[in-house]
Design a protein around this ligand. Sequence first.
Ligand code: MF3
Ligand code: CO
Ligand code: CO
Length: 253
Amino acid sequence: MRVMVTIKSAQDIEDMRPACLHAADTLVMIEPYIRPGITTDDINDLVHEFTVKAGAIPAPLNYHGFPKSVCTSVNHVVCHGIPGNKKLKNGDIINVDVTSIINGWHGDTSKTFYVGDASIKAKKITEVARKALKIGIEVVRPGATLGDIGHAIQTYVESEHCSVVREYCGHGIGRVFHEEPQVLHYGKSGSGLKLQTGMVFTIEPMVNIGKAAIKVLGDDWTVVSRDKSLSAQFEHTLTVTNDGVEILTLPSN
Ligand code: MF3
Ligand code: CO
Ligand code: CO
């Protein structure tokens, strides 16, 4: 299968940095607010304000009809949770997924946070998700393949007796929010597209403590684990460099 992957120039990468930094800094900004009693609408409002005040655009808002400026996915919600008036409670986990646009370029990053005291299961799935992203990133260098990334993530997650969601994947990103290639979080070593300097894409494994199966709720957005088991996710936007990888969505401080 042929895929059209845009290769970014060194200047393109420079031009992407402000959006990537802004998205990362938004997660730093929001962290102290993630406490029992706050609603996901409150989180949405804080992210929206922080974004527009910086002269940036929140990419989720109106993206294919998404109604809010950020995705907030609580507990068994896998991704694309829509902010609403429900309060977070002690022991919840929440993924906040921020995508900012500056000068037409996108930066996309997400983190799972603990709300108050984490249960043993919450810690387990969150730390497996955090490490799954790290292990995926460590594979990235020119000459490695997309299959190498997926294989590394899947092997690790399954060794921890957790599961990798199959229906959603990482993606190329740049002037377009979601572009080729698709970056699967499972697969076979050596398979798929060969990585080259200047490719820019996200890695964003969604991992469940139970089975991998998901369903989409009636709002057409909210993705949940079918068995209602806890799900966690971390995401970075990164670029393939001559000697490896650079994470573009690291915060400024
Ligand atoms: N930020 C998500 C991703 O990582 C996409 C969210 S699309 C939205 O690709 F419309 F739900 F915002
Ligand atoms: Co993404
Ligand atoms: Co995202």
